[in-house]
Design a protein around this ligand. Sequence first.
Ligand SMILES: [Zn+2]
Length: 272
Amino acid sequence: MKKWLFILILVLLLGCVYVLYKPRVVSPVNDQTIKVSRDQIYQGNLLLINKDNPVRPESKKTDVVVLSEHKDLIKGYRVMDNTIKASQAVIKNFSTMVYAAKNEGVDHFLINSGYRDFQEQDKLYRQKGPHFALPGGHSEHNLGLSIDIGSTQTAMYKAAEGRWLKKNAWKYGFILRYPLDKVAITGIQYEPWHFRYVGLPHSIIMKKENMTLEEYLDFLKNKKSFSKMINGKKYTIFYYRVADNITIPIPENHHYRISGNNSDGVIVTIWP
Ligand SMILES: [Zn+2]
């Protein structure tokens, strides 16, 4: 009898496993949804980092390298010294941008800083003070998404490189993170050298709407969804609050990209 009981339990268990597993395999709905967990709040290119929103260790870009050890990444610009570290993905976008500038006769770019660890950031904070630097763990440099770009010719506020970037960086996924007219919002003085990678289409929208990252994320949170035609493609951007694991529908034949906001949710961008 015990043997039969054992077999019966086994059959019931297998039945349960089948019922639980089956919908994930065959349901067409699942092909069009993505599952988002809380840890995704702290991953991506749109993370807001400032004095109120620190960098979590797990948010650091995983592709940070010492540039001088990757000569193939240093093309069309110089690096200040052989200790400069940066995210490879960010540098590839930077190179595309630098190449476009070169075609317009602007080609004296220099990278002064990229990724910095918390200790390097603290040292800078002590040297420069609260209006020009953020303490360790509160700087975008600790994330790996920002680079301080200089000119080998002169100071950035008057250099051709600085003027070109201010006018064009948004086309390549970068934003001038601390503009002159937004000091009250960013809490940081004008930094004509500090560029933050946020990716497309976000940099384009932020430029057109004259928004800082703080304003843009607030705007998306209030709107919940927002569509914009860019270069003939319709991009729709959603904000989702993520308190627990959630499932997000993605329309058929659409690409998507997801980034956390570093506080309470994710931004999902879809396009055909
Ligand atoms: Zn900077």
